[in-house]
Ligand binder design. Structure first.
Ligand code: COA
Length: 167
């Protein structure tokens, strides 16, 4: 009898410029105040960790993170609205945390809108804790909205690394 191993349907891989059309479609659908394509291009150009999550070859989400000086900063994490709440955001976040550790970060920081309850639940569930508040950080439909600053400490990477690929 031979066992047939199915390929995992979900895969996380580095973002390329060719992904930007699909990335922008998700960005515009998911955020009221989306990033411009130029911001994503800049993130790729300066060498930030830019990753996409694909499901059966279809781009479903992405994450952008900068790492330096022992700290990582999660700048964007987004899953296409039609496939949210299926564990993809958590999966991508886990990957980015492993990557941050691999690159020598001991802390991961991020900002999130105070009103973004879904994201706050995800981050708190993944060990992030509130460490501060940035007043009027984000544009909002009426005026500005505060950002909560969240942080999570990372355990030391095991000798030999985590297996996460380098960007
Ligand atoms: C935040 C976001 C990335 C979460 O991705 P996701 O794939 O939907 O999340 P997951 O299915 O992995 O859920 C992980 C946890 O997040 C929380 N969560 C996600 N969606 C939620 C919802 N609609 N209501 C309440 N909690 C929710 C839950 O704690 C969930 O764990 P559980 O399902 O075991 O209860 C996604 O909602 C998104 O892309 N939102 C728009 C962009 C955004 O706001 N990004 C964050 C910017 S800081």
């Amino acid at each position: 009898m031979s066992a047939v191993l199915e390929q995992p349907a979900v895969r996380v891989r580095p973002m390329t410029e060719a992904d930007l059309v699909a990335v922008m479609a998700i960005e515009r659908a998911a955020y009221e105040f989306p990033w411009t394509e130029g911001i994503f291009r800049d993130c790729l150009r300066v060498g930030y960790c830019c990753w996409v999550l694909e499901e059966a070859g279809v781009l479903r989400g992405y994450g952008i993170m900068s790492v330096g000086g022992g700290e990582a900063h999660l700048l964007n994490l987004c899953i296409a609205p039609e496939v949210q709440r299926r564990g993809l955001g958590r999966r991508l976040l886990r990957h980015l945390l492993a990557l941050a550790r691999y690159h020598g970060a001991s802390t991961v920081l991020l900002e999130v809108r105070k009103s973004n309850r879904r994201a706050l639940r995800l981050y708190r569930g993944m060990g992030f804790r509130e460490i501060g508040l940035r007043r009027d950080y984000y544009p909002a439909a009426q005026g500005r909205e505060d950002a909560l600053v969240l942080a999570r400490r990372l355990a030391q990477a095991p000798v030999g690394g985590t297996g996460a690929a380098r960007t």
